[in-house]
Design a binder for this molecule. Structure first.
Ligand code: ZN
Length: 78
């Protein structure tokens, strides 16, 4: 068990790395980020539709400080 940890974002077990999230969440994060960077005015619901990622999963990145919520849209938190 020592080599595994629970992902803060999706709750899945993953092999321990230096990252805070599992590989699946990293891919999801990159997908969301690429949309937000190109079209910052895309609302969360639309991001969800485009990526197939649930709104609650997108909001878990907001909760963990990766994005900032702005009236229905999100910004990359640098
Ligand atoms: Zn995860």
């Amino acid at each position: 068990m020592g080599n595994y940890k629970i992902c803060d974002f999706c709750g899945n077990l993953y092999e321990r790395t230096n990252n805070r999230m599992c590989q699946s969440c990293e891919e999801v994060y990159r997908k969301i980020r690429s949309i937000v960077e190109v079209k910052p005015d895309t609302i969360v619901l639309e991001i969800s539709n485009q990526t197939g990622v649930s709104v609650s999963r997108i909001l878990s990145f907001v909760r963990n400080g990766y994005f900032v919520m702005k009236e229905g849209t999100i910004e990359v938190n640098n």
